[in-house]
Design a binder for this molecule. Structure first.
Ligand code: SIN
Length: 332
């Protein structure tokens, strides 16, 4: 009996001290929803490599791609419960937790990834990393994917072409509103469900980056892609604040360093992976890519821009103005 009690107490103490003190590596689960051959997929693997190199024996990073562990609907909850330690949702998926990040979803607000990068690295962008701290989440860094394009089974050349189509969107009210603005019918759907929904015709159309579209094989079920570049898919790597703040100092510093290296890899490969994916879609034989003339693009912008005013008070006028300034290379 005494032996059983001592054994139970030892286990309890070990649990309190934590796995690192017990000479066991801290197991860090990093879950995401995209394929490995995408910017985020590559960066998560780089994070694992660097973290385990910088903290040998102290951490073990397990990366779960393609919604294997948690899909869109469950990953924030899993992070809050401590079932996963890192996730990197697209910025459009934080809608429920902060309205400020909706600034990234406003159509045609940012001219390109360079402008988005300037905004993210500026004071307002950096402040947004802590915009969910009251909910128990800390943002560690932004990772780029790229600009979004639209696709459907018909050419989308003018805003009127989108009318009546069922468009898959991420769970963001701004993204839904931009398609309502076009007379289309937005459907919020988890990333893992999009291919099948397009195949079955549950949805007719979608918006995403080249790398996400190609890695999900949307070119098999969508005949026309239009290079609209009307918005962005970028990520925030987030962790659980209580878990993060409870880490030993050296582990936290090592993970921060690994994160910086992973961010660099992500941002170095993102554009190339998107351009490669664009070429593969163009030569797939199943889909064609339409480019818009500046006049056509201006028409789409004019049709979708009223969404800005709808969300201005929730997001903050000043934040929108700062984001706009990043287009000119001025201070964000
Ligand atoms: C992702 O890139 O993480 C997925 C974005 C989406 O749901 O479309």
């Amino acid at each position: 009996m005494r032996k059983i009690f001592i054994a139970a107490a030892s286990i309890a103490v070990l649990a309190l001290i934590g796995p690192a003190s017990a000479q066991q590596p801290i197991v860090i689960k990093f879950s995401h929803v995209v394929a490995e051959k995408t910017p985020k997929g590559q960066a998560a693997l780089k994070f694992k490599e660097e973290a385990e190199k910088l903290l040998p024996g102290k951490v073990k990073v397990e990366v779960y791609p393609s919604s294997q562990l948690f899909g869109d609907a469950k990953e924030m909850e899993a992070l809050a419960l401590g079932d996963v330690q890192f996730i990197a949702p697209s910025l459009s998926k934080f809608d429920k937790f902060t309205k400020q990040l909706q600034v990234f979803d406003l159509p045609f607000l940012f001219d390109n990834i360079g402008a988005i990068d300037r905004f993210q690295q500026g004071p307002e962008g950096q402040k947004l990393l802590t915009s969910m701290s009251s909910k128990g989440f800390i943002g560690l860094d932004y990772w780029h994917n790229g600009m979004k394009q639209m696709s459907a089974n018909k050419p989308l050349l003018t805003p009127g072409d989108a009318k009546g189509l069922k468009f898959r969107v991420q769970p963001s009210d701004v993204l839904a509103a931009q398609f309502i603005q076009l007379g289309a019918n937005p459907q919020k759907l988890a990333f893992a469900e999009v291919y099948q929904a397009l195949q079955l015709g549950t949805v007719d159309a979608q918006e995403n980056t080249w790398s996400n579209s190609f890695s999900q094989k949307y070119q098999e079920v969508q005949k026309n892609f239009t290079e609209t570049e009307h918005g962005v898919v970028d990520y925030m790597v987030v962790t659980n604040a209580t878990w993060w703040n409870g880490l030993p100092k050296d582990v936290k510093e090592g993970l921060e360093k690994a994160m910086k290296l992973a961010t660099k890899v992500n941002n170095d490969v993102a554009d190339q992976l998107n351009q490669d994916a664009r070429k593969k879609i163009a030569t797939s034989g199943t889909a064609t890519i339409q480019e818009l003339t500046p006049a056509q693009r201006a028409e789409w912008k004019k049709a979708m821009e009223p969404v800005w005013t709808k969300f201005e008070s929730a997001i903050g006028k000043d934040l929108i103005q700062s984001a706009l300034k990043s287009n000119s290379g001025g201070k964000s």
